[in-house]
Write a protein that binds this ligand. Structure first.
Ligand SMILES: Nc1ncnc2c1ncn2[C@@H]1O[C@H](COP(=O)(O)OP(=O)(O)OP(=O)(O)O)[C@@H](O)[C@H]1O
Ligand SMILES: Nc1ncnc2c1ncn2[C@@H]1O[C@H](COP(=O)(O)OP(=O)(O)OP(=O)(O)O)[C@@H](O)[C@H]1O
Ligand SMILES: [Mg+2]
Ligand SMILES: [Mg+2]
Lengths: 462, 462
């Protein structure tokens, strides 16, 4: 007879921690560091606070490490603190807004990994500006709840706001270190406005903003765009609408659907705009979902998103590679499943960039919502575009042999990550198409530059 | 202010369906078919029932497809039926036993995908041999519960046992078809004892067992092996032990730990074997976890696992490729995180196998618990072993140019999949090491064969 059971979310990811980036001791160490840094960055720049982060990793006796990550972010309200750090699928980033975090999982996985390798509880201090809440906690895996081992409040005379988290874990820092440093170097491109101090048993890494650096506008919460919104989501939105809401009012909950558009769209569907949405039947709801795919709505409004911008990308690539030439392309906003997204792409050529050795796939720097992606590049949708979708010979370019560095940044109110460890972006049609168009435009501009340069060289030689 | 929220497991995978293999319309169609087939196969061969499966995919009006999968498996008990098909993280495969299923998610994702693309409920009939339970159901995503749209019982005069599931969905079957057929062809290697009838809008695929085919022994539930069991799992096992359980009795819950070994291990830890486990403190529990990594226990007992066996692998490779020579290696059982596993590996050479074209990574057929893995091979731990861990020149072999086909089968009470869509196996140290040893042995045997063949050729030419 089969034994049926209900698993808790914590138990699922405890059982399947490879999915969340804890495949082995080296990748686990990297993921612990990444998840804590991204939580701190979200607590800052998503709220318009210039980030200041301190990260220190020490070796303790035996092979335990201790990581401390401290930030000047908005902090966690005391009533949510234990759940924020101790309950899987609990978080503040489930709204339609650009964040690094998206799953309500990462911080908990780091804490759980520390707990399963050392038995030690995590030590968290956080404040929104009032008293500092200080807790030691563990995660009860089968119940998916925090277990508060100790709690105390501390005075906060300076009204400091921010969070500091201290975690013990066992991991292979020696082999993770080069990737952590690569993550930090790539972060210099993505975060010219932040201060990050990192120290580990082998040394230091530090960067701080230029005095002229402008804090980018924080992302805003955005209503879903109609394109790609499916039947399940439509029904959920109908469920949460007030009783008596007419169809035209309901349609105006979507991004870029105003009075006119909602009227026209209702006519397009052959539905009366004054129909109460809570009274719509299955066939009408289906018709709306199909209309959401076929009707030409105004494109999404990119103002809710916070891209890097061409200036930042150029500055970063220049500093890192001293190329001879850089092309940057920012696509207009697009959408999938109702989520707005923007693709930024760049190609850097020549200068101090060495020729590719012919065996690399292509040298590609990948970012998603400002997170540097380092693992599993061959599966990333951007690499598939470079290797399969663009015929580089049309532009006299060879990604595997020329001195080229490629860069992509997927900016979205929800990035379609393929793994819970955020290793790479899934092969989503709408995203792949936008990356393809961006790289073709970059390639075209680079070809123009190179042929002009060749022409000038010939002119010069006469 | 941040808006905190608790997400249901269904909501998490609805939001992040790329992780579960629903990246785009083509992959989604493949995953629907795969998840339903694997549920049917588990319901049969894990219970010693020779599988008979019928799979039919029809196009309906518009671009809806309808899939029907019917099996002669053990069926689902009526009291669990709605949850089995309607509640994420509910399933019967969470025990330490080899199954294709492992997450309590796949069937629900297929059903949810049908629901979000067509709005239609799934239609399931199942029986354990008594009345046939028949339900139409949807999934309430925010609550993670089934919504039974209609239910009725039907007479079962023949005491039939089995399940049939009918699902409507939109997907790109045209582009998924070749991969589904590849999955079925690879299944012929893994399932010589089963009958599978498949029909889709383009045609048929059918295989049936040879009359002499022996049903392999079904896998057995196994206690965890101590190697790699961590602090969290030890505490859970202590929690579920009876009050007053002494340490030596507790240790004997682990695979291959008998009276002698538990005594010796307790002494190795410097702990009194009669200590009550529920009274052990943090330091003692830590010491046990560390001992579980360092002490030389007897290796896992492979009898709970159900591998393919060298005969089956040879027969399958011979039928598919008509090679000149096949080497098969089965590693002795090993363990990670307490889970026993066995690696089967094979290399087929020459005959009708064409030379590799120099641009493929390596032609590798991958199986995990008899599931054919088709996507994302470059990230799979087995591909990493072939491309990074084995120096093929030592064996005068070139995977990228010679007429070689590689095969791996990871057989485990829990396969460390990297994705919820089971696309590839994670880079787990213990698994990587075993695959490496298996392929080195295969390479060594193939080299012996080829040098003997060369020698005989020279002898002949004199
Ligand atoms: N340093 C921090 N400062 C402020 N809030 C934090 C901090 N770290 C965690 N949090 C809060 O705890 C919540 C849970 O964090 P966790 O990393 O588990 O999930 P997430 O960041 O929402 O998503 P993801 O799993 O994608 O990282 C966050 O949503 C945030 O509200
Ligand atoms: N055809 C079937 N015959 C018998 N039982 C079934 C069948 N399909 C599903 N079930 C039952 O429903 C449960 C849930 O199936 P589901 O596919 O969601 O998860 P799983 O198979 O346990 O794990 P995974 O997510 O890895 O596939 C199974 O554990 C099994 O008990
Ligand atoms: Mg996070
Ligand atoms: Mg299943």
């Amino acid at each position: 007879a089969s034994k049926f059971k209900q698993l808790s979310p914590a138990e699922f990811f405890y059982n399947n921690r490879s999915m969340a980036g804890f495949d082995n001791a080296s990748r686990a160490a990297y993921t612990v560091v990444r998840e804590l840094i991204e939580n701190s960055l979200d607590a800052c720049d998503v709220y318009g606070i210039p980030p200041v982060l301190y990260i220190s990793i020490k070796t303790l006796l035996g092979d335990d490490m201790e990581i401390l990550v401290a930030d000047n972010g908005i902090g966690v309200p005391r009533r949510h603190m234990a759940d924020a750090f101790g309950r899987v699928f609990f978080g503040s980033k489930y709204y339609v807004k650009q964040n690094r975090g998206t799953f309500g999982l990462g911080g908990k996985m780091a804490i759980l990994y520390g707990q399963l390798t050392t038995g030690e509880p995590v030590d968290v201090r956080t404040s929104v500006g009032k008293d500092i809440a200080h807790m030691l906690l563990n995660i009860d895996v089968s119940e998916n709840e925090p277990v508060i081992v100790r709690r105390e409040d501390e005075r906060n005379p300076g009204s400091f706001h921010g969070t500091s988290i201290r975690l013990r874990f066992k991991g292979d820092m020696v082999s993770a270190r080069s990737r952590i440093l690569k993550y930090l170097r790539m972060s210099r491109i993505a975060l010219p406005y932040s201060t990050i101090v990192y120290s580990d048993p082998e040394g230091f890494f530090f960067f701080a903003p230029a005095l002229t650096e402008q804090q980018p506008k924080p992302p805003k919460e955005a209503p879903p765009h109609p394109y790609g919104v499916d039947i399940v989501k439509i029904k959920e939105m109908i469920e949460s609408s007030k009783r008596g809401t007419p169809l035209n009012k309901f349609l105006m909950k979507f991004s870029r659907v105003g009075v006119d558009t909602s009227q026209k769209f209702a006519e397009y569907l052959g539905l009366d705009p004054s129909l109460q949405v809570k009274r719509l039947g299955e066939p009408e709801i289906k018709r709306i979902a199909e209309g959401f795919r076929s009707y030409r709505f105004l494109p999404p409004d990119g103002s809710s998103l916070s891209p890097l911008g061409p200036e930042t990308i150029r500055t970063g690539l220049q500093a890192e590679y001293s190329p001879e030439y850089i092309v940057v392309e920012t696509r207009p906003p697009s959408a999938y499943e109702g989520f707005a997204f923007v693709i930024e792409a760049a190609i850097a050529y020549g200068g101090s960039i060495p020729p590719a050795t012919g065996q690399d796939e292509a040298r590609l720097l990948r970012f998603a919502n400002k997170i540097p992606l380092i693992y599993d590049s061959s599966n990333d949708v951007a690499m598939k575009v470079i290797l399969e979708d663009v015929d580089w010979r049309n532009y006299s370019l060879d990604p595997k042999n020329d001195p080229l560095i490629f860069l992509t940044h997927v900016v979205a109110s929800k990035v379609p990550f393929k793994t819970a460890g955020k290793e790479y972006v899934a092969d989503r049609e709408e995203v792949r198409r936008e990356i393809r168009l961006a790289f073709r435009e970059c390639a075209r501009q680079l070809k123009v530059y190179l042929s002009r340069k060749t022409y000038q060289l010939h002119e010069h030689q006469r």
